[in-house]
Design a protein around this ligand. Structure first.
Ligand SMILES: [Zn+2]
Length: 137
């Protein structure tokens, strides 16, 4: 498949069944559901004006993959006021405050566990999933 080909005109005609059988299918549907939600939200706020750009903040712990998100956004936006809108991603690392280290530590992976081994942590950043801003024509 080629994101950006322009061949997809309406949401209803897109058959996604071929994507759900693989191990990556669930993840893809996760991003697609989020993308649809974003498109709905920005189109409502745009009140009929074309959406030019959407800035989305994504934390690493949301398990949203940037490339998949871009593709799903484009798919979800097809035929809406957000059709062709640019999607800017503000990616946030997973950071925890560790009560053993008494400091903020960046996580090397997506498990909320301090690099020192302590699980006595509070997630500081990494769970964000927000529409930060949007631009309308
Ligand atoms: Zn620690």
């Amino acid at each position: 498949m080629t994101p950006g080909s322009g061949a997809l005109r309406t949401w209803e005609t897109v058959d996604l069944r071929h994507l759900t059988g693989s191990t990556a299918g669930e993840g893809f549907m996760h991003e697609l559901a989020i993308a649809e939600n974003i498109v709905d939200t920005v189109c409502t706020r745009a009140a009929g004006r074309p959406v030019r750009r959407v800035i989305l903040r994504i934390g690493a712990l949301t398990a949203v993959l940037p490339d998949t998100m871009r593709f799903c956004f484009e798919l979800a936006a097809t035929g809406t006021a957000a059709h062709g809108a640019a999607l800017d991603l503000d990616l946030r690392p997973a950071v925890v405050f560790c009560r053993v280290c008494r400091s903020e530590r960046r996580l090397p992976d997506l498990i909320p566990l301090c690099p020192c081994g302590s699980a006595d942590v509070t997630v500081t950043t990494g769970r964000e999933l927000d529409i930060v801003a949007m631009e309308v024509a």
